[in-house]
Design a protein. Structure first.
Length: 253
């Protein structure tokens, strides 16, 4: 990978983006720092200001694991596209399957609670969303033991979910549901943007990074794990500087 803010990274970005580029971002760990309490996550003021300026110059999108209603107040700006539940909510032209998916999510949650010990289940922070289930084990005292028990229980679920790991979280999605890569391609088609830039930070964003599509400029926030992204930022604190660079390059076109 190449550091985005290095001379080589800045030149590559300069050669790629135009006013017709779609700018898409993950939320937690990308626009907003990871916090111990997921309900307390907010985008910092410098990031909000940069996003608002960027949205005046180009098409912007946020593709997040949160529900759209949960994500919007945390953003502090209105992107042209807001896609939630890892690509399962808010996609233009998508069928509304909320009721059937909600039943499936509840069914999975009930199975997991039955299969895990009360102590391990109680150590989880469970986010039951309209079309996905997120199981956070960050605060478990016996984190490795709880995670192992959770993975074993997930393997026994019926129907089998699509499991996407994250930072001390396991996300369960319907097996045929679109992922973030599908969502980004759909947004490019709907918006008419010939290329896109996507910034993410964890395993759920690898569905975009692994597309290896020359029309997509991929940036991973953080260097703690292997990634298929072509460029990286050292951490979330570099996000305001990255936004400043994108804005400056757009204004110079």
């Amino acid at each position: 990978m190449t550091e985005l803010l290095s001379p080589a990274g800045q030149q590559a970005l300069r050669n790629f983006i135009t006013p017709s580029t779609l700018f898409a971002f993950d939320l937690d760990g990308t626009l907003a720092p990871i916090v111990d309490d997921p309900t307390a996550a907010r985008t910092p003021s410098e990031v909000r200001d940069g996003l608002r300026k960027l949205a005046q110059l180009a098409v912007t999108a946020v593709i997040t694991g949160r529900s759209c209603s949960d994500a919007l107040p945390r953003l502090g700006f209105q992107p042209q596209y807001l896609v939630g539940n890892h690509g399962n909510e808010g996609l233009p032209g998508s069928d509304d399957q909320a009721s059937s998916l909600a039943e499936l999510i509840l069914h999975w949650q009930q199975q997991l609670q039955h299969q895990m010990s009360p102590e391990s289940w109680g150590a989880l922070y469970v986010e039951q969303k309209s079309s996905s289930l997120s199981l956070h084990y960050r605060h478990a005292l016996q984190r490795e033991e709880v995670h192992a028990q959770l993975l074993a229980a997930i393997d026994r679920l019926t129907p089998t979910p699509r499991r996407v790991g994250g930072k001390f979280v396991e996300n369960l999605l319907p097996p045929e549901a679109p992922h973030k890569g599908d969502a980004l391609l759909r947004l490019m088609e709907h918006s008419g943007c010939p290329n896109a830039l996507f910034v993410g930070d964890d395993e759920t964003d690898e569905d975009v990074f692994r597309l290896r599509d020359r029309r997509i400029f991929t940036i991973c926030v953080g260097t703690q794990r292997p990634t298929a992204a072509a460029y990286y930022l050292h951490d979330q604190n570099a996000m305001p500087h990255a936004l400043e660079l994108m804005i400056a390059l757009l204004r110079s076109n």
